[in-house]
Design a protein around this ligand. Structure first.
Ligand SMILES: Cc1cc2nc3c(=O)[nH]c(=O)nc-3n(C[C@H](O)[C@H](O)[C@H](O)COP(=O)(O)O)c2cc1C
Length: 159
């Protein structure tokens, strides 16, 4: 059984809705267990025990929030052990061009340093799902597709 961890921080619920849609997209993947957790409830062992690790948070000053960065920093304990896992990221921001892409990249940067595998999105938000405020129907669908894409990648890699 492969495992996906979706860990998110959300103060006013926008990122949480995105996290739920990504979980919805990945759940139908055969043989995949999905763990959806607030970042505050996530421990680094959840990362160690997962094949796919997806982080999401609001855009705060163009980067990941302190809560997500704290978890990322703690994960140094398992540096070398997350190598080859699949990563992904998503964010909600207040404005278009408010730093949402740099927020996603700040998360992905950490995952790349761990040696993780990142798949870009050819059609849609290229670095990962982005919402301006609460996700509308189009963003929700994009989140579902993103979950499916990473689930399918995991199946391909674990084959
Ligand atoms: C401390 C703080 C910093 C923020 N910085 C940005 C920013 O740099 N760019 C932006 O577009 N929105 C910024 N926002 C707005 C949030 O990213 C936005 O409201 C988001 O949708 C909140 O997501 P949530 O409902 O999951 O908490 C900031 C909000 C706060 C509270």
């Amino acid at each position: 059984m492969a495992k996906t961890l979706i860990s998110y921080y959300s103060k006013s619920g926008n990122t949480k809705k995105m996290a739920e849609c990504i979980a919805e997209g990945i759940k139908p993947t055969e043989g995949m267990e999905v763990i959806l957790k607030k970042v505050e409830d996530t421990v680094i062992e959840d990362m160690l025990n997962s094949d796919v690790i997806i982080f999401g948070c609001p855009t705060y000053f163009g980067v990941m929030t302190a809560e997500v960065k704290e978890l990322m920093d703690k994960s140094v304990k398992y540096f070398g052990k997350l190598n080859g896992k699949i990563g992904g990221a998503f964010t909600s921001s207040g404005a278009i061009g408010g730093g949402n892409e740099t927020t996603i990249l700040s998360i992905i940067q950490g995952f790349l340093i761990h040696g993780m595998i990142i798949q870009g999105v050819q059609k849609g938000n290229h670095y990962g799902p982005v919402s301006i405020g609460a996700p509308n129907e189009a963003v929700k669908e994009e989140c579902v597709r993103y979950g499916k894409m990473l689930g399918d990648l995991c199946v391909k890699i674990l084959k």
